[in-house]
Design a protein around this ligand. Structure first.
Ligand code: A3P
Length: 295
């Protein structure tokens, strides 16, 4: 790895007004020209919305519920993070070029920045969205421990930055709305984290149908069990403990932190909540997309 000081905790840079990790921006030409294949499955999310969870579910479905096969490697190897290019650590586009089909591909890109080849190839996509307040809390804790992003500052400061879209991948509001609109003319299964918490089996069944698979009840039950928060927290292939400490310091905050809907209530003050709600109404006006902030 290059000297960590040159790589980690640097300020975000912009691509078309969206703040991203600096070396993704430097290498943007590689991302933009990424070659999707027709049988790729794209897993897209705003950060901290349940990416790892849906990735494990999809890998389990692809492997017919074989838990051992799904422990073959860390989730970020089984489902490479397309745009993540970190000098000396990772290059998602190169990794995927060497991956045999059918590939599972992870992205956090807002819809307008997705490489054209995904649309041209008619790739299936699964998008998972989570309510804005729980994402803010999860993202704050993640930015405390994840050295790839700038220091989050205090929670007070972070909420301001988050509402203004001055965090990695930009505005949550634009992200969830952009992908929501796109589902009208493209095969995108749009899922909600809160629905997955409420009834994981129902949502896993939706994923299975979308992927054109037919698994037995007992296999579905195994997938539900294996992909529960408690199981994934203990599983080294899903809990990110294989990432070196100097990149993700899980003693500050574990990657598998709480895994619930409604934790925002433990963090937002009454005043912060009021300001957030007012701003939310403005930014989400006119969309049919609805979230639950508790279940
Ligand atoms: P919290 O920080 O609120 O606990 P991502 O994978 O997109 O980075 O999202 C991480 C968030 O999803 C974390 O939220 C993590 O705990 C939660 N998560 C991961 N696996 C989960 C599971 N099986 N069930 C519920 N939540 C899960």
């Amino acid at each position: 790895m290059e000297n960590n000081e040159n790589v980690l905790r640097r300020k975000l840079e912009m691509v078309c007004g969206v703040p991203l990790f600096w070396s993704i921006v430097e290498e943007w030409a590689q991302v933009e020209s990424f070659q999707a294949r027709p049988d790729d499955l794209l897993i897209s999310t705003y950060p901290k919305s349940g990416t790892t969870w849906i990735s494990e579910i999809v890998d389990m479905i692809y492997n017919n519920g074989d838990t051992e096969k799904c422990k073959r490697d860390a989730i970020y190897v089984r489902v490479p993070f397309m745009e993540l290019i970190i000098p000396g650590i990772s290059n998602g586009t190169e990794k995927l070029a060497k991956t045999s089909s059918p590939r599972l591909v992870k992205t956090h890109l807002p819809v307008q920045l997705l490489p054209m080849s995904f649309w041209e190839n008619g790739c299936k996509m699964i998008y998972v969205a989570r309510n804005a307040k729980d994402v803010a809390v999860s993202f704050y804790h993640f930015d405390l421990m994840n050295q790839l992003h700038p220091e989050p500052g205090t929670w007070e400061q972070y909420v301001e930055k988050y509402m203004a879209g001055r965090v990695a991948y930009g505005s949550w509001y634009d992200h969830v709305k952009g992908w929501w609109e796109k589902r009208k003319d493209h095969p995108i299964l749009y899922l909600l984290y809160e629905d997955m918490k409420e009834d994981p089996k129902r949502e896993i069944r939706k994923v299975m149908h979308f992927l054109g698979k037919d698994l037995k009840e007992e296999v579905l039950d195994r997938i539900v069990y294996h992909t529960s928060f408690e199981m994934m927290k203990e599983n080294p292939a899903t809990n990110y403990t294989m990432v070196p400490n100097d990149v993700m310091d899980q003693s500050i905050s574990p990657f598998m932190r709480k895994g619930i809907a409604g934790d925002w209530k433990n963090h937002f003050t009454v005043a912060q909540n009021e300001t957030f709600n007012e701003d939310y109404e403005r930014k989400m006006a006119g969309t049919t997309l609805q979230f639950r902030t508790e279940i």
